[in-house]
Design a protein around this ligand. Structure first.
Ligand code: GLP
Length: 269
């Protein structure tokens, strides 16, 4: 699949940036990209390992994957999935949990074996959270790593729930999977789902920056004017732990950005 068929393709900070006229086109291209990755990796090594994201951005990607599955053009029989993040604490039965989101919007519609859909567990007792996160990283390593990591981006430049930090670049790039306090901007954005700020969890579990950067291919999606500033900073500003997505340039040759015209306006025209 060549996303440039329906998009302008350019390069920023060594990374390929595909600009689509609208987000539906971008999501269709993203779904085709994921389906191709699954096919190629299944043929090559008998399985495919996907890192998946939540939020509003990837929903049309998941709808398209379900459609491809119904058309007999996409099978997940030999796929394992690892989600990026989960609120903490939260029950998997809570409709606002990412486990519930994934079940509703993707898993239940595909032929994925039940023991191959992995999410960080928001019910892990506090004293075992570190072990749980280390184990999650070990599971991914034991699968041979992520073939493809799908990402969105927060308005503050976060990836997964890796929030802006003053740690500096080298230490931020080594961050493993862990529990983190949510940034005020992230909590504010989550009011959309939770209804009020008091209802938004204060913490989350997130795949670390290190395992994200280690994925063999990274597909990051960003649409609309609300993401413009963060994407512009990530792609045209310095690499800094204050804009976690700017660290993706350290895996530049493996990263593809798919954005829409509205997000690109004024800096990537
Ligand atoms: C949340 C998720 C991120 C996601 C981001 C953007 O904070 N943890 O993984 O990329 O929000 O969400 P949306 O796609 O709804 O804008």
């Amino acid at each position: 699949m060549n996303p440039s068929q329906s998009a302008r393709s350019t390069e920023r900070a060594g990374q390929r940036v595909c600009v689509f006229s609208d987000h539906h086109q971008a999501c269709a291209a993203a779904a085709d990209w994921i389906a191709l990755s699954v096919r190629e990796n299944t043929e090559r090594r008998g399985r495919a390992v996907l890192g998946l994201a939540t939020g509003a951005t990837p929903l049309p990607v998941y709808s398209r994957l379900i459609e491809l599955h119904r058309l007999g053009r996409f099978s997940t029989e030999h796929v394992s999935t690892y989600n990026l993040d989960e609120y903490y604490p939260i029950s998997p039965l809570d409709p606002l949990s990412y486990r519930a989101y994934m079940h509703l919007n993707l898993f239940q519609h595909l032929d994925l074996p039940a023991n191959r859909t992995h999410l960080l567990d928001g019910t892990t007792p506090e004293e075992f959270v570190d072990d749980h996160c280390k184990q999650y990283d070990r599971w991914i390593e034991a699968e041979g790593g992520l073939d493809l990591q799908l990402l969105g981006i927060g308005r503050n430049g976060h990836i997964g729930f890796n929030e802006p930090t003053d740690l500096g670049e080298p230490r931020a790039m080594a961050l493993p999977t862990r529990r983190i306090p949510l940034h005020p901007t992230t909590r504010q954005d989550a009011v959309r789902e939770f209804g009020s700020i008091d209802q938004v969890p204060t913490h989350a579990l997130t795949l670390g920056i290190q395992p994200i950067l280690a994925a063999r291919s990274i597909l990051i999606l960003a649409f609309g004017s609300s993401k413009r500033e963060a994407v512009q900073a990530a792609l045209t500003g310095p690499a800094t732990s204050r804009v976690p997505a700017s660290l993706l340039r350290h895996s530049a040759e493996r990263v593809v950005w798919m954005i829409d015209d509205s997000c690109a306006e004024g800096w990537c025209d």
